[in-house]
Each structure stands twice: as C-alpha cells, then as structure tokens.
Design a binder for this molecule. Structure first.
Ligand SMILES: NC(=O)C1=CN([C@@H]2O[C@H](COP(=O)(O)OP(=O)(O)OC[C@H]3O[C@@H](n4cnc5c(N)ncnc54)[C@H](OP(=O)(O)O)[C@@H]3O)[C@@H](O)[C@H]2O)C=CC1
Ligand SMILES: O=C(O)C1=N[C@H](C(=O)O)C[C@H](O)C1
Length: 327
C-alpha cells in the first residue's frame, strides 16, 4: 500500500504517470482474469444476514442499483419492487432474482414512496443515482422520514448533511462502501488527526480512473485528499488527473480489459519540498461487488440503529467498520 523510496541514482520525484508511458504503479489487482466474487443464492443461504427488512434500491436502471439489489436479495433482505428514474414514462420493469422492479419517473416519486412507506414502515432506502439527484432525493427521504444510505457521490455534501440534521432523519452517507478501502480511509483519518502537519509542504498529485460513464470526480479521492491536506500536503484540485478514456485506461493505467466498464483505480503521490522523499498510496478496485456487499452491510447497520432508536442519526462507513458490521 505504502512505498517510501530512498533516492537512488536515477531517482525521479515525479509520480509514475509522468515518468512512464504506462502506469507501472497501477499494478492490476490479482482479480484480473478471475471473475469477481459473486454472492449466489447458495452462499446467501450459508451466510444469512440474520435480520430481514424491506429495502428499496433507488437507481435500479443503473449499474450500482442492480448490483446492490442483487446483493440485498442474496443476503435475504426483502427487495421492494419499486425504484425510480430521472426519466418520465419509462414504462420499464427490471428483474432482480424473482422480483420485478417497477420503475417510476420523477413526477410519481413522492406519491409512490409514500405508499411504499405505508406498506413497509421499516423500509430502508439505498440510493445509487446521479450526482445531480443527491440533494433532491435526500430532501424527499428526509421529508418522508425514511432512513437512507446515500452511496451516490457528488452534489452539495454540506447541504446533504444539513438536510439530514434539520429533519433528524437517519442516514448513512459514504462515497466509499468497499470494506478494505473504508479501512484505508479510516487509517488516513486517524493519521491526519494524530499527526496534523506531518507532511507539511509536501506536494500531492492524484490520479483516478473510472469507467467512462462516471459523471463526477471520485468522492473517495476527495475524502482521501482532505486527510492529506490536514497532514499539511498541498493540493490543487484542478490538477487532479481524471481518466475516463478507455484507451488510456487500458494502455496507460493498466486496467484489465474486462473491467474497463467497471473499475476504480486511485493513485496518490506525495513529494517532499526538497524532492528527496516520495510516498505513494494506491487502491485499485475491479468490478462492483465490494461496494454492493458494503451497501447491504450499511443498510443492515442503519436498520438496527433505527430499530434501537439510537440518538445518533448520521453515520458513515467507518462507523459500520468500527462496530464490526462489515463482512
Ligand atoms: N459509495 C460507493 O461506494 C460507490 C458510489 N458510487 C456512486 O454511485 C453513483 C451511481 O453509480 P453507477 O451505478 O455506476 O452509475 P450509473 O450511471 O450506472 O447509474 C446511475 C443511475 O441513476 C439513475 N438516475 C439518475 N437520476 C436519477 C433520479 N433522480 N432518480 C432515480 N434514478 C436516477 C440513472 O438512470 P435514468 O437515466 O433511468 O434516470 C442511472 O441509471 C455515482 O454517483 C457513483 O459515484 C458508485 C460505486 C460505489
Ligand atoms: O462511480 C464509481 O464507480 C465509484 N464511485 C465512488 C467514488 O466516486 O468515490 C467509489 C468508487 O470510486 C467507485
């Protein structure tokens, strides 16, 4: 994870994506040609969630929506057969296991969600939609008092937290649901808290690569950068290297071809003011299963908090990890 390089003769303080044609620093994960771990009905039976409640996954026309709905079903949760879209009159159903999910447009959102809450008072919503829907969706969940997991990144994050605080609704908000990446983020937060300024004056450079359809800058990278900034590193957000071009991902970043449509590679490079020391951190994820499983962990965690009427209302994935509730 961490590499500290002593300055050899040919030492270059530049990050690898500036030094080489191909990003050698971006070692492809070992899952390269293996299929990502899949939770099947069989494994779900072997590993029951131990708790069951209704879960509504918003954004089932999208990739994460489908993955979370599948993971929820496999873990024995009751998938509510309703989801939403930004498009009116889509007239579409999406089949997840045995459940046909009906997709409703924006004008039906409030009425349909109210009916769902009437029918399933214990429902938890998991949101994987789009950055420009984050705030309006959260406003609606808060207005109707339905607990929600916000996996969608972007939007106005300050406003998001304010909506939840003002409404006293329960919510779990995190730009990152993958257990191991959450652990890395937790470590970064701890280091930043304990040793503020330890990297004072270091230059930070960041590269993130995601599937071409990703609309926003990595929310995870932003959270990690905030920690490096607390540690004293200097970063100019405009200089973030954001790669969405499949050719570059394949030949420069080294993303396995079968994961061009679903990957999240992150590289952070720090250089000391006198160029004598450099650090590199990276986390490279292929596929979406770690987020889908983490999202179900998050929904179960939040459900338990609601049921126990915990006075704390807003959570993140570090809370879930700290309470030992991530698989
Ligand atoms: N927290 C985490 O660990 C992770 C977070 N993410 C985040 O999740 C989000 C979704 O990612 P992904 O699934 O890959 O993206 P996709 O583009 O595949 O899916 C997003 C879906 O949201 C739908 N949508 C857009 N607006 C609305 C709305 N107002 N109401 C309901 N549905 C809407 C779109 O469908 P339509 O055209 O039908 O409206 C689209 O299909 C992104 O913000 C991404 O960064 C992704 C992976 C992990
Ligand atoms: O859109 C994605 O795919 C991802 N989004 C999240 C983010 O923006 O940090 C998490 C992960 O990078 C995958």
């Amino acid at each position: 994870m961490l590499s500290v390089r002593a300055p050899p003769r040919a030492f270059s303080p530049s990050p690898p994506w500036r030094r080489r044609g191909r990003l050698d620093g971006f070692a492809a994960p070992r899952c390269v040609s293996a299929a990502p771990p899949v939770t099947t009905l069989e494994t779900a039976t072997a590993r029951p969630a131990g708790v069951s409640f209704p879960i509504l996954v918003n954004g089932c026309t999208g990739k994460m929506g489908v993955s979370v709905a599948e993971a929820a079903t496999s873990r024995g949760l009751h998938l509510v057969p309703v989801s939403f879209s930004s498009r009116e009159n889509l007239d579409k159903t999406i089949q997840i296991g045995d459940t046909d999910i009906e997709i409703y447009g924006p004008s039906a959102r409030e009425d349909v969600l109210s009916s769902v809450i009437d029918e399933f008072p214990d429902v938890v919503v998991v949101d994987y939609t789009a950055p420009d829907s984050v705030n309006s969706n959260a406003e609606l969940y808060c207005k109707l008092g339905v607990p929600f997991v916000m996996g969608t990144t972007g939007g106005d994050q300050q406003l998001l937290y304010k909506s939840v605080q003002d409404s006293k609704n329960y919510a779990l908000i995190s730009p990152q649901m993958g257990k191991q990446v959450v652990a890395f983020l937790a470590a970064m937060e701890t280091i930043a808290e304990q040793f503020p300024g330890a990297f004072s004056g270091y230059r930070l450079e960041v590269l993130e690569s995601h599937q071409a359809g990703k609309l926003d800058t990595s929310g995870t990278a932003k959270a990690v950068i905030a920690c490096f900034e607390k540690l004293g590193a200097v970063f100019d957000m405009d200089r973030m290297v954001k790669i969405r071009d499949p050719e570059q991902q394949l030949y420069m970043v080294g993303v396995p071809e079968e994961h061009i449509d679903g990957h999240a590679f992150h590289l952070y490079h720090l250089t000391s003011p006198d160029d004598s020391v450099s650090f590199e951190f990276q986390h490279n994820v292929c596929g979406r299963s770690i987020y889908a499983e983490g999202s179900v962990d998050a929904a179960i965690f939040l459900y338990k908090k609601v049921q126990s009427m915990d006075p704390k209302r807003i959570y993140n994935m570090i809370d879930v990890l700290q309470e030992g509730d991530m698989r």
